[in-house]
Design a protein around this ligand. Sequence first.
Ligand code: ADP
Ligand code: MG
Length: 249
Amino acid sequence: MTEATATGPMIRAAEVNKFFGDLHVLKDINFEVPRGQVVVVLGPSGSGKSTLCRALNRLEPINSGTIEVDGKQLPKEGKGLAALRADVGMVFQQFNLFAHKTIMDNVMLAPMKVRKLKKTDAYNTAMQLLDRVGIANQAEKYPAQLSGGQQQRAAIARALAMRPKIMMFDEPTSALDPEMVQEVLDVMTDLAKEGMTMFVVTHEMGFARRAAHRVMFMSDGEIVEDTTPDDFFTNPKSDRAKDFLSKIL
Ligand code: ADP
Ligand code: MG
């Protein structure tokens, strides 16, 4: 890594626009995620949060604008794209674990395939990570044998196994039973404390208040507010944010 890329923001999005047909879902999106910061994205359903997440690692192509990860502009296709995706860990609402593989195999797979780790190294790393998210004793089970909270923690371990530069979460607790939400948020909070750069779409306002360095509020494809959690929750500027907060708080 060069000096220049090691000091700039981890993510830089400039003038990003995205259409689905006639539907303008990302409108002139501009923001940066500095290294080691946690940015929480809030906003009503349909405001473009998931599309933005997917655009950030090119699961979704954009129509115009630029996105840089760690100082490198996202390539359109090919090898660079695989490398980029390896740098961006993604955790989705649905855990997306491979159902026919054990938790251990789920975590070992990508590091061996993409990072070319030897089996013993991949195993040791996976075990360390499963221990870190509190499910080392579930390593030989299959996803369906785990609770939703355990599966989501396994999904986080799997993403971390690639040693990503940034972790992106798209409503990681929205599919969980209420009693399992906190165990996943605790893992995320630990990650944040360890200095992981994080981009988190969530409806968990407690997490946003406690863990976020910044809150971005999206509405109708725009970033309407981008400020500290304290400022956002106590002093929302836009009518759209005030309306959103009045419905959820
Ligand atoms: P959010 O995650 O904030 O709920 P999304 O990014 O999922 O919002 O969706 C933003 C808008 O884009 C919505 O109007 C949604 O219906 C639309 N949309 C999302 N994915 C597609 C798609 N693959 N094709 C067409 N429209 C889509
Ligand atoms: Mg979404």
